[in-house]
Design a protein around this ligand. Structure first.
Ligand SMILES: [Fe+2]
Length: 160
């Protein structure tokens, strides 16, 4: 049997699991450990969102069965971005840190459940295996570019 190329669903699901694990640890963490975990979450989650927005969502936005879910997904990403931005300017010692982390964990969990439980099954009906494998490659490229841009930005910020 030929080894099948990974499809977009496989990559996204694996990253969801990785982010979920980090978020779970972030909830329990304090002080410096919480700061480190937050940075790991941010560096994983932001490129993931940008990659989905650049490659996956546009493909599904024009389809009748998925258009509305994609609008909701874009909005959920936006709200996650806002929370990440706010947490990025805070310290784990700040009073609102724990509350914001909890909301972040809940929002991401809900979003992931919707993507995996509702969006992916619909997408599987729309996309051939070949197209889903092509999207996986394009997605990985967009995600890596976003990651690169973020680390350059972080280094610039640190140097200032
Ligand atoms: Fe997403």
């Amino acid at each position: 049997m030929n080894k099948a190329k990974p499809q977009i669903y496989d990559i996204l699901k694996r990253e969801h699991e990785e982010v979920g694990e980090l978020l779970h640890r972030l909830k329990e963490a304090k002080g410096r450990a919480a700061e480190d975990l937050f940075n790991q979450v941010r560096l994983k989650l932001v490129p993931h969102s940008r990659g989905e927005e650049a490659v996956v969502y546009p493909r599904l936005q024009g389809e009748k069965t998925t258009a509305e879910k994609i609008s909701v997904s874009f909005e959920e990403h936006r709200q996650v971005d806002v929370l990440l931005e706010e947490l990025g300017g805070m310290s784990p010692r700040d009073e609102e840190w724990t509350a914001k982390v909890h909301v972040l964990v809940d929002m991401v969990g809900h979003h992931v459940d919707e993507e995996e439980g509702e969006l992916f099954p619909l997408a599987r009906n729309l996309l051939s295996d070949r197209e889903a494998a092509g999207l996986a490659e394009e997605y990985a490229q967009a995600r890596d570019e976003a990651m690169q841009a973020m680390t350059t930005e972080d280094q610039r910020g640190a140097a200032e």
